[in-house]
Design a protein around this ligand. Structure first.
Ligand SMILES: [Zn+2]
Length: 392
């Protein structure tokens, strides 16, 4: 993946992207760009309006994909919360605007699923990312460690996940970790679970750990850290009859820009970036790309997304170490559902009678209405709603 510094202004980046890729379509497929727009950088109207259209397009894709997932996901004994997302509404609901100027619905039932819901996971990722950024601004030196494992096509995701989880959990327990923690003066860390899939190599669950140390960045010796962790991690993996390679098992980065890059884009792996038909056999895809492929009726994808839904059931995506939230002033942890519901302090653009929701859903304009609310406010929303025919 190419690395683009997000500290540059978005206009420069957008120009670089145009020069590098030469095609607007490719730019529209860049999740980095969506991220940059979301954070409101840049002032050049030409690029900003392009970015705005990408943002709108992606929002609509998320709402449409949610409906597709609800259509093909088989409950198989589990009550997946995503099945009810954006379905139920009370006597009234609101269109609100968050701090970034983006509209969202409040008062509509949300599932808060980080794994299965493109609408909720997008909202939650934005919030979790801001926490990550806040932690990273506290002045500690940071290292980024990636844990992967050997796997093959056809291996069950839930088995791979339990081996990975157990090995990383064991690593953080016991005497070895204590001495590692003392050696590098570790103050806090956060672990993030990520899952990709390729048709050639199967499921690829991996964990990223951002570790904050009370040491000068220059004192963090990546080679030494890698050798220490690799030795321990390989021992733990061996108990599960897994081989960890010196080249691929662990990656350690202590470079400021690499860690900053990871933190500033946290959660973006979850954004869809490719249409299912463009995905090559050997390529790694994200769960929501898999969902798009499943919705397009590709049989392997339907089965694989189902497996993914069951394997991630009840799993946490991001976990902060004990005491980390206090250290970074992050306050009490908010649940995923709570974050997906939005912030009570956000501005209300318009409050609508619950009966409108059925009409909005029937016309499949959930994304469009938010766009109108952002652009034309309450009057625009009413004008638009009055132009819709009542549902049959
Ligand atoms: Zn949801």
């Amino acid at each position: 993946m190419r690395k683009w510094g997000i500290s540059l202004c978005s206009v420069n980046i957008a120009q670089t992207l145009v020069n590098e890729t030469g095609s607007f379509q490719e730019i529209a497929n860049s999740p980095e760009l969506v991220y940059m727009f979301r954070d409101g950088l840049g002032t050049d109207t030409k690029y900003v309006s392009r970015l705005a259209s990408i943002y709108r397009e992606r929002r609509q894709i998320r709402f449409h994909l949610l409906q597709k997932i609800q259509a093909f996901l088989n409950m198989n004994g589990h009550r997946f919360r995503v099945m009810d997302c954006m379905h139920r509404v009370g006597a009234e609901f609101h269109v609100k605007r968050n701090g970034n100027g983006h509209a969202y619905y409040s008062g509509i039932h949300v599932c808060g699923s980080v794994w299965l819901c493109p609408v909720c996971s997008h909202r939650i990722a934005g919030f979790r990312r801001s926490e990550f950024q806040k932690a990273s601004e506290k002045g500690y030196s940071a290292m980024l460690i990636t844990f992967t494992m050997q796997h093959g096509k056809g291996e069950a995701l839930d088995k791979l996940l339990s081996v990975l989880n157990e090995s990383v959990r064991s690593l953080k327990g016991g005497r070895w970790w204590q001495s590692f923690r003392d050696e590098w003066n570790i103050k806090a860390y956060a672990t993030s679970l990520e899952i990709t899939l390729s048709q050639v190599n199967g499921w690829h669950p991996h964990k990223h750990m951002v570790i904050y140390c009370d040491k000068a960045q220059g004192e963090l010796d990546a080679e030494k850290i890698k050798a220490e962790i690799l030795k321990r991690y390989a021992e733990l993996m061996k108990k599960n009859k897994r081989y960890v390679s010196g080249t691929y098992g662990i990656d350690v980065s202590v470079a400021d820009d690499a860690v900053g890059n990871y933190v500033s884009k946290w959660g973006i792996w979850n954004e869809m970036s490719q249409a299912p038909l463009k995905i090559g056999r050997g390529e790694s895809i994200t769960p929501f790309e898999l969902a798009e492929a499943a919705a397009a009726g590709i049989p392997f994808a339907v089965q694989a997304f189902q497996e993914y839904a069951e394997a991630t059931y009840g799993k946490r995506q991001i976990v902060w170490s004990h005491g980390a939230r206090e250290l970074f002033g992050l306050g009490a942890e908010r649940s995923d559902v709570d974050i997906a519901q939005g912030d009570p302090d956000d501005e209300t653009i318009i409050t609508l009678h619950g009966s409108w929701w059925r009409i909005i859903r029937a016309h499949d304009v959930m994304g469009e209405l938010l766009e109108i609310a952002e652009r034309a406010g309450a009057n625009g929303v009413m004008q638009f709603l009055n132009s819709l025919s009542p549902p049959d």
